[in-house]
Design a protein around this ligand. Sequence first.
Ligand SMILES: C[S@@+](CC[C@H](N)C(=O)[O-])C[C@H]1O[C@@H](n2cnc3c(N)ncnc32)[C@H](O)[C@@H]1O
Length: 281
Amino acid sequence: MISLQDWQRHLAAQLAAVSDQPTQEARWLMTLALGLRSTELLVNPQQVLTPAEKAQLQTLLDQRLSGVPLAYCLGEWSFYGLDLAVNAAVLIPRPDSELLVSLALLESRVEDGLQLLDLGTGSGALALALARERPQARIFAVEQSPEALAVARLNGKRIGVKNIQWLQGDWYAPLNAGLRFDQIISNPPYLASNDPHLPDLQHEPRTALVAGPTGLECLEQIIFGARSRLHPGGRVLLEHGYEQAAAVSKLLQEHGFQQIQTHCDLAGRERVSSARSPEHA
Ligand SMILES: C[S@@+](CC[C@H](N)C(=O)[O-])C[C@H]1O[C@@H](n2cnc3c(N)ncnc32)[C@H](O)[C@@H]1O
């Protein structure tokens, strides 16, 4: 007879091979597989698992040991205080992208009628964080992958935001011709096709990671289209790789943007660039 406590120890010992927080992960996987609150693991440690529960735990453990990211095993992940559903169709939202949200909020006024655009919304992480903080804004979120957009819509329903329009398509293509924005934000794919980090990211969608031969292709398309989609004086905020800041600034300059700034993450790496469209186009 194997108890909850025994299973938790067994899981933690196995997970140590793939995780730097095996005890915590064991607790998360157990609460998920058994539908328990984490306090129930403490209250009744001698409870014996049914064969079905053991099988469910073993499946999750096998997935995790084969390298599936914890977020996909759990089916949810936290971003900017939101619990988001995730699956293999979407990039796992990164803490790094919270910098983009914080900057977007700093640079956007709290007022009715503000129009914001999130390009490549994935799980909906950026759009949903903005929607919660700016309930009076009208937010448009575009995503090419129908499977990813389904996850974003689901997250919108779960969180209960009403001010996002979810659109499927290629960057600006699904937007009505007359739409103009106060702010365009994006965390687009920015890895080059031969980026050495790709093998470590094999479980996440390649279309969310790889931009093309140089890694700058999506950033360039977004910058190219941004001028005609922003109100005069509107802002574009872009996440990029820590070695791409100079190239992104150059692209912004070439497309007539002003007040170009690069912003560092907590580790001091240049991860976001922002710029303003001219007051008179
Ligand atoms: C790096 S992920 C970012 C996801 C999410 N915004 C986040 O920060 O977690 C980039 C997203 O852009 C989407 N994407 C790639 N090419 C696109 C395109 N041409 N038009 C719209 N979305 C695109 C991908 O499917 C992916 O969901």
